[in-house]
Design a binder for this molecule. Structure first.
Ligand SMILES: Cc1cc2nc3c(=O)[nH]c(=O)nc-3n(C[C@H](O)[C@H](O)[C@H](O)COP(=O)(O)OP(=O)(O)OC[C@H]3O[C@@H](n4cnc5c(N)ncnc54)[C@H](O)[C@@H]3O)c2cc1C
Ligand code: SF4
Length: 329
């Protein structure tokens, strides 16, 4: 029994990205990145993650910066906290959707420590997996613990743990991308493409990879946006669903639309079919009802984290109707 204490770990606190990569190359999959630590520390204590080396990235100066220019847009370093984002004047002025999503994560103490990139990289959640090692002694391991069964989708052939970061739908709706450094140098990846859909290994990040920043294109006038989160217990909880919508209306119909969801399935969802349906149409009761039907068709919600599938489906439907009505203008 481990009494939920941290295991013995070697703690690294590098001051450069190069040092991080060197440590990762040396110890490979025996390492874990520590940003705010609000998710990874409890996971280490419960033995949901096991490794011998923790790499703290919060002393690396370039990762602690937020920068903005009218041509390139916004760049948020991987060690920037959710609090720093919520308090940043450019973000509240030019990216209110991101500000709202950040404020929906947990509560002040978590936002003071937790980072935006940590929220993007947070491991997928499951009521079963996120139990202690002691709890797991009473049953066979599931796929996410290298076993061969799933307790959520009986007879399932893979892990269906839920993609959980509350800021992710907003970032996808804002066309965000990530910069990632690793053994093949630096690459830029649209955030939408960062997720695999496999609850066991949910991110396209190998053992050598480090996300260094989130990039968001410059704001363009004429867009309206909205964010909504519903959870079982209110804000201090992982979501039944988070929904972000952005749209541009030319007076007779919609010119551009983004609809993104998270917390409902093993990967975030960009509702491309519902978006395409809405283009050129006025936002009225009939189009909202049809778009909502299309959205549910491309969503495949799962039962987990305090919500059976039917509740999750109805919640998404209600959230979509309320949010698009509120922002259509
Ligand atoms: C009580 C409580 C309530 C919570 N409520 C919510 C909630 O309402 N909504 C929500 O979304 N989350 C919630 N969380 C989860 C967590 O606090 C947040 O998701 C937070 O944003 C994680 O950020 P962090 O910097 O603390 O991540 P960490 O815990 O440091 O890291 C999270 C994961 O990302 C990896 N990682 C971090 N940075 C990088 C990087 N640069 N490159 C590669 N991998 C990286 C880590 O290795 C780890 O696997 C809650 C946690 C607690 C304890
Ligand atoms: S979804 Fe299934 S395999 Fe994945 S963590 Fe939960 S019980 Fe395990």
């Amino acid at each position: 029994m481990n009494n939920n204490r941290l295991p013995r770990l070697k703690y690294h606190s590098p001051k450069t990205i190069e040092e991080v990569l060197k440590i990762k190359q040396t110890f490979a999959d025996d390492t874990v990145i520590l940003a705010g630590g609000t998710d990874v520390i409890p996971m280490l204590k419960r033995r949901n993650v096991t490794c011998g080396h923790v790499i703290n990235i919060k002393r690396i100066r370039p990762l602690k910066q937020i920068s903005f220019d009218g041509k390139e847009g916004l760049r948020v370093g991987a060690a920037v906290t959710l609090r720093e984002i919520a308090d940043h004047p450019v973000i509240s002025d030019a990216y209110p959707l991101l500000g709202k999503a950040v404020q929906s994560v947990a509560y002040n103490q978590i936002r003071n420590m937790g980072t935006l990139v940590g929220n993007i990289c947070v491991d997928n959640k499951c009521t079963y997996f996120n139990q202690s090692a002691f709890w797991w002694q009473s049953r066979p391991d599931c796929f996410k613990r290298d076993g061969d069964c799933c307790y959520v989708v009986k007879g399932g052939k893979q892990c269906y743990a839920l993609s959980a970061g509350d800021t992710v739908s907003a970032l996808i709706a804002l066309d965000a991308s990530l910069t990632i450094v690793g053994s093949e140098g630096e690459q830029r990846l649209p955030l939408e493409d960062f997720y695999t859909g496999d609850g066991k290994n949910p991110h396209k990040l190998d053992h050598n990879g480090l996300v260094t920043a989130v990039l968001i294109p410059p704001p363009i006038s004429g867009w309206k946006d909205g964010f909504m989160k519903k959870s079982q217990r209110g804000s201090v909880d992982f979501a039944i669903a988070t929904l972000s919508i952005r749209l541009r209306n030319n007076g007779t119909g919609l010119e551009e639309v983004r609809i993104a969801l998270n917390g409902v399935s093993s990967r975030p969802i960009r509702a491309v079919k519902a978006e395409q349906y809405l283009i050129g149409k006025p936002v009225d009761g009939e189009t909202i009802a049809e778009a909502s039907r299309i959205l549910l068709g491309e969503t495949t919600p799962l039962s987990s984290i305090g919500s059976p599938v039917q509740v999750r489906r109805r919640t998404i439907e209600a959230m979509f109707t309320d949010l698009i009505e509120a922002i259509k203008g």
